[in-house]
Ligand binder design. Sequence first.
Ligand SMILES: Cc1cc2nc3c(=O)[nH]c(=O)nc-3n(C[C@H](O)[C@H](O)[C@H](O)COP(=O)(O)O)c2cc1C
Length: 148
Amino acid sequence: MIRETIITTLNEDNTVHIAPMGVTKDNDFYIIAPFKPSTTLENLNRTNQGVINFTDDVRIFAGCLTGRYDWPTVETTEINGQRLQTALSHVEVEVKKSEDDEVRPRFYCIVKHEAIHRAFTGLNRAKAGCIGSRYSGESSTHVTSRKN
Ligand SMILES: Cc1cc2nc3c(=O)[nH]c(=O)nc-3n(C[C@H](O)[C@H](O)[C@H](O)COP(=O)(O)O)c2cc1C
């Protein structure tokens, strides 16, 4: 099962990078698979840490196409990072191993900390469609014309 999430990683200048990404689970590992090239890929390679944010705020998914990335974040608990302030839950992860690939490397991550912040009350059709259609648009090009 692919879980559509928001991955937050730290850039070299310690600013937060926000990117929608589908993650999968393999036993104790969360697998994050960013296409090349991507900032998330660079940040995971450099810091070995990241945050998987579960959110029902579809504006954050849509933001990767509309160019809005200024969503509020707060400091993480166990790793050096930032999580979405409005996340329903979040998982702070550390990369344990990675598989390089010409197109889409895979990072196998273990959980360092996880927390639930509020209840998931479901997606209506419009919201679910928004996430699906954003990803269709993304996967056809692999990367967006992100400016920051
Ligand atoms: C629902 C959804 C799921 C996505 N899943 C992935 C993914 O698994 N891997 C990926 O590279 N991009 C994925 N994308 C596209 C990225 O969010 C987008 O290309 C983003 O800019 C990542 O690149 P960046 O780290 O350079 O910002 C997804 C987008 C959406 C809306």
